[in-house]
Design a protein around this ligand. Structure first.
Ligand SMILES: O=C(CO)[C@@H](O)[C@H](O)COP(=O)(O)O
Ligand SMILES: [Fe+2]
Length: 224
């Protein structure tokens, strides 16, 4: 995959108008829709579960990119698959059985991703590289939107890009992505960018052109 993927995170959307928000980012030309699932245990915040993924599914044909910040994750994988997730990403730190979780996602017929917290080294994915479809590098500590980008992760992105080699694996980056931070991660090899606050802030679903402008600004900054 060579084109840059922009995946707005609906964590920063107006939850009281979620259907309108999803339609607005779809219309504004997002590539994927990023869904942050938080359990108040693996991360210190609670967001939503499979029922919200299921509710969103009929309103967009875009890829639903589900980022599970939950532990344990295995008991819930089938629920997210059934809800309509296309990609299911689990954290390497969420439990001792990463390989088993990834096999379970593949068995459900979904794309499987692994996410790494800022404190986790690149080599945590070494033994599962031949299993996965996506690596999600966190450039904030997971749990909240609107945090500042941790620049020290750029070196890790470059390391993972090298580890991926010619495998067909998406290298996604999540946290604090703006037109200012996007160039460094794209240069390091990221080809999918999650953006929450920078897309949704200052906009409403009544005016998708605002979302279009913010996504275009990130894309332009990252690809020039
Ligand atoms: O997974 C997470 C946070 O844990 C992200 O997907 C955030 O939702 C991104 O938000 P911004 O940093 O872009 O505001
Ligand atoms: Fe996320």
């Amino acid at each position: 995959m060579t084109d840059l993927i922009i995946a707005p995170s609906i964590l920063a959307a107006d939850f009281s108008r979620l259907r309108d928000e999803v339609c607005a980012i779809d219309q504004a030309g997002c590539d994927w829709v990023h869904l942050d699932v938080m359990d108040g245990h693996f991360v210190p915040n609670i967001s939503f579960g499979p029922a919200v993924v299921e509710a969103i599914r009929p309103h967009t044909n875009k890829i639903l990119d589900v980022h599970l910040m939950i532990a344990p994750c295995d008991p819930y994988l089938d629920a997210f698959a059934e809800a309509g997730a296309d990609i299911i990403t689990v954290h390497a730190e969420a439990g001792p059985h990463l390989h088993r979780s990834l096999m379970a996602i593949k068995a459900l017929g979904k794309k499987a991703g692994v996410s790494l917290n800022p404190g986790t080294p690149a080599h945590a994915i070494a033994e599962v590289l031949d299993l996965i479809d996506l690596v999600l590098v966190m450039t904030v500590n997971p749990g909240f939107g609107g945090q500042s980008f941790i620049a020290s992760q750029v070196g890790k992105i470059a390391q993972i890009k090298t580890m991926i080699g010619d495998r067909d694996i998406v290298l996604e980056v999540d946290g604090g992505i703006t037109p200012q931070t996007a160039p460094s991660v794209a240069k390091a090899g990221a080809n999918a960018l999650v953006a929450g606050s920078s897309v949704f802030k200052g906009g409403t679903p009544d005016d998708p052109s605002h979302y279009q402008a913010t996504m275009n600004a990130i894309r332009t900054a990252a690809t020039n």
